[in-house]
Design a protein around this ligand. Structure first.
Ligand code: UDP
Length: 259
């Protein structure tokens, strides 16, 4: 498909060498996984939508002063990003009880948490991404105390901003996952927001109906995954009303490449 050097292939994305030193190309696949990759599938058109949604959210975040790895979108499935050293911690921000915290603490799904919670998980597939505390992160040197301070600060800012962004389009931001990376500028390391922000890593519920507009549709076999992602994109103003061009073009591209 491409002669570019592949740097890394993850579950939903591929990273290629970028056109200039210090840059990478992030390619969004249609592959979906859940439950630590025990469940695998394809959501046709997901990559195109996530590329667009993530571009939009990262651009808005940059506008309020949150540093991110996003440079610009290149095409339907690719974006140019800054190369960063990924900090091996998944940062989960929760506003409403759902998913693993419901089971772990016996909470009622959908109940508003008394305050926003930030949790950290160590990124290690073989271990199933175990939850860790600040103490573990400091002890094993995964990030410095100063970096963790910046990360927690940014996670709260991102949450405040995204709660408002989604509330404005009738969506409740239940929880989401962030990843951060380090960039080096004149021997000085700085933490920036990396990875993606899309319905793959967020729980997004319609405020009026509680309908799930995120990857839980795949996790729970609810069906209508791509329609849900498309609905999020549409409400964000990324697809004109009733327009399915992005997906139609993608279908067209696929049928052409199959021939
Ligand atoms: N999440 C993610 N990747 C992971 C684990 C979680 O993007 O490897 C997101 C997930 O989509 C949800 C939030 O982080 O929005 C909290 O997930 P939770 O801990 O409840 O785990 P889950 O129930 O999704 O396994």
């Amino acid at each position: 498909m491409s002669r570019r050097r592949q740097i890394y292939e993850g579950k939903a994305k591929i990273l290629y060498e970028g056109p200039e030193p210090g840059t990478l190309i992030q390619y969004f696949k249609d592959d979906a996984t859940a439950f630590n990759a025990q469940k695998k599938g394809t959501i046709s058109g997901k990559g195109v939508l996530n590329n667009r949604i993530s571009e939009h959210v990262f651009t808005l975040l940059a506008g309020i002063g949150v540093p991110t790895h996003f440079i610009r979108r290149l095409n339907m499935r690719e974006q140019l990003i800054r190369q960063a050293e990924i900090i091996p911690i998944e940062v989960v921000v929760r506003n409403v009880a759902a998913g693993s915290i419901v089971k772990r603490l016996g909470l009622e799904e959908g109940s508003q948490l008394p305050r926003t919670i930030i949790e950290y998980y160590y990124k290690d597939d073989a271990l199933g991404d175990p939850m860790v505390a600040d103490e573990h992160i400091a002890c094993f040197g995964w990030a410095s105390q100063e970096e963790m301070h910046d990360i927690a600060d940014m996670a709260i800012r991102v949450n405040d901003f995204m709660c408002g962004l989604f509330a404005g389009i009738g969506i409740r931001l239940v929880d989401f996952k962030l990843e951060f990376g380090r960039v080096f500028e004149n021997d000085y390391a700085r933490v920036i927001l990396a990875d993606e922000i899309s319905p793959d890593g967020c729980r997004l519920w319609d405020m009026a109906t509680n309908e799930k507009l995120d990857k839980d549709r795949f996790r729970q076999d609810l069906g209508g995954e791509v329609e849900a992602y498309q609905e999020v994109a549409r409400r964000l103003g990324l697809l004109p009303e009733g327009d399915t061009t992005v997906l139609d073009m993608e279908k067209h591209r696929k049928s052409r490449t199959k021939k």
